[in-house]
Ligand binder design. Structure first.
Ligand SMILES: [Zn+2]
Ligand SMILES: [Zn+2]
Length: 97
């Protein structure tokens, strides 16, 4: 397994994998510089975009390009549902969404 210090890399994970155990190729974090522009890229050279450009805030229902994850809902067999809010609503969204 490749080990890199989080402080020197972006460290972003693919959407939906943030809260899962770090198992499998889809859980490898982005190894580009923190704050880089464009697609994330893992150690295998695979790229992806994150976060989704049109996340709807759970509070104001507007889309945001910089969503803050409030909590996740385990659906059992299905994918993890992640509740997100815009940066402005995030402090109030804790426990409200
Ligand atoms: Zn990245
Ligand atoms: Zn909002």
């Amino acid at each position: 397994m490749i080990s890199l210090k989080r402080t020197h890399i972006c460290g972003a994970l693919r959407p939906g994998f943030e809260l899962r155990p770090p198992i499998g190729v889809n859980s490898i974090p982005c190894v580009r510089k923190p704050g880089h522009i464009g697609a994330h890229e893992d150690a295998w050279g695979k790229t992806w975009f994150s976060p989704a450009p049109s996340v709807v805030c759970c509070q104001c229902k507007r889309t945001t390009a910089a969503p803050v994850t409030i909590r996740s809902i385990e659906t059992g067999s299905g994918p993890i549902v992640i509740i997100q809010a815009c940066p402005g609503c995030a402090p109030r969204a804790q426990g409200a969404c």
